[in-house]
Design a protein around this ligand. Structure first.
Ligand code: UDP
Length: 447
């Protein structure tokens, strides 16, 4: 008889951990027993999830690696060398039907394969990002990469609406070899899986999902679009958050007028240059509009986990109008009636959360898939605008005014509400997401 037990292994970063826990919750809701494998680095709050079993595996020095991609490689190397994932999987009773692994952990997939256990992957980015990251050979062959300064506006005809400036270019990354390795890894791991789960929905990315299904379906890899996971699952932001949220901002929002507040957050890992941070701060302060800004520890490039200082005089100018917190209960903030716009770094979770609350987005992507996410918001869903060019306080101020009060902003707001409805439809009875979950559970039970 098919095993009704599933092991899941997230990458230990906020934007990967939350959707994996949410997926675990969805599978648990369909009657599957759950074991979460996790590293000691950024370990989830096990006490918040008594319904799951947890098994810690060694992180092999991962926290010491310099950058995000370096950490991913270090984690994979350590798992392969120690055999700790294979041993942890082999000890599970009853034997899991499969390992659901983050799409950046090929060493976990290899460990499962050694035990004859199939893998299902969770891609925590968009379908467009899955497609894009599988296209690097083509992007190099056709000369889009390495990106040339004079070609940044060139459309990538094979992947509309992506332009050269939206591509993550490994040659510009401080360690090009690391970047190339991670890109190769994600393609291989997808090809070797029995299925992939993408945290997206059909209505958002119909052609992208079709292209992935055409490509992977031929080799028998199932494709399941079961997003938005944070709405499908009962796991709220608080129980999957690695940092404690400052809830005083909700009280502050309660006192603001409907739709008046700009919520500003650059996610959990994006680094901001000191000079850019100052321009953002003064742009917000001088905008004359209410704002709630997440200024997390270590936000400034190279500042480790230090508190982030804001420019002198900022507090005085923003007083009464601006609220700064180290970490916010983001989903609750976005759902608050006072929030009228979201200035985001365009991480995929933040993008989905903005879409689900019908909030228009001002997008300032930093790296990786964020660049493509911002482009989709501006050109495909048209529920927001990209903030491009050198950050200067006056341009920030003008952009905020256009976005929060201009005609363009109003049109984006309207479309954002329409897109929100589509997302909610996918979650309803017989909606595309619910049907995809049925198929995923059948798939797992057939392994
Ligand atoms: N987040 C949060 N509070 C904050 C800032 C972010 O809870 O103050 C959450 C946000 O809701 C999202 C996640 O952190 O679920 C960030 O994921 P995303 O993919 O947007 O960006 P990343 O941090 O991976 O760059």
């Amino acid at each position: 008889m098919a095993s009704r037990h599933v092991a899941l292994f997230p990458l230990p970063f906020q934007g990967h951990l939350s959707p994996m826990l949410q997926l675990a919750d969805v599978l648990h809701g369909r009657g599957l027993a759950i074991t979460i494998l996790h590293t000691t680095f950024n370990a989830p709050d096990t006490a918040a999830h008594p319904e799951f079993a947890f098994v810690a595996v060694a992180d092999g020095g991962m926290p010491d690696a310099k950058d995000g991609l370096g950490k991913i490689l270090a984690m994979n190397d350590a798992m392969e060398a120690s055999g700790c994932v294979r041993d942890a999987l082999a000890a599970l009773e009853p034997r899991p039907a499969c390992l659901v692994s983050d799409s950046t952990l090929p060493a976990a997939q290899k460990a499962a394969a050694e035990l004859g256990m199939p893998t299902v992957l969770l891609h925590t980015g968009s379908a467009a990002a899955v497609r894009l990251f599988r296209s690097y050979a083509m992007l190099h062959d056709k000369g889009y990469l390495p990106a040339q300064e004079h070609e940044l506006d060139r459309p990538v005809r094979e992947l509309p609406p992506i332009r050269v400036s939206d591509l993550f270019d490994p040659s510009k990354y401080p360690n090009r070899e690391t970047a190339n390795k991670v890109l190769d890894m994600t393609t291989d791991i997808t090809n070797n899986s029995s299925g992939i789960v993408i945290n997206t929905l059909d209505a958002l990315e119909t052609p992208e999902l079709e292209a992935i299904r055409d490509e992977l379906g031929a080799s028998g890899v199932g494709v399941f679009a079961i997003g938005p996971l944070h709405k499908l699952s009962t796991i709220g932001g608080a129980s999957s958050s690695l940092l404690e949220a400052d809830r005083s901002c909700i009280e502050w929002l309660d006192a603001q007028a409907a739709g008046s507040v700009l919520y500003v957050s650059f996610g959990s890992v994006a680094p901001v240059r000191r000079e850019d941070l100052d321009e953002v701060a003064w742009g917000l302060a001088n905008s004359g509009r209410p704002f709630l800004w997440v200024v997390r520890r270590g936000l400034v490039v190279g500042s480790g986990s230090e508190d982030t200082e804001l420019p002198e005089g900022f507090e005085r100018v923003a007083e009464g109008r601006g609220k700064v917190v180290r970490w916010a209960p983001q989903q609750e903030v976005l759902a608050h009636r006072a929030v009228g716009g979201f200035w985001t770094h365009s991480g995929w979770n933040s993008t989905l959360e903005g879409i689900c609350e019908g909030v228009p987005m001002l997008c300032r992507p930093f790296f990786g898939d964020q660049l493509a996410n911002g482009r989709y918001v501006e050109e495909v869903w048209r529920t927001g605008a990209l903030l491009v060019g050198k950050l200067e306080r006056s341009m920030v101020e003008e952009a905020i005014a256009r976005f929060m009060e201009g005609e363009d902003g109003a049109a984006m707001r309207e479309r954002a509400k329409e897109l929100q409805m589509k997302a909610m439809e996918a979650l309803g009875n017989a909606g595309s997401t619910q049907l995809a979950v049925d198929k995923l559970v059948d798939h797992i039970l057939s392994l």
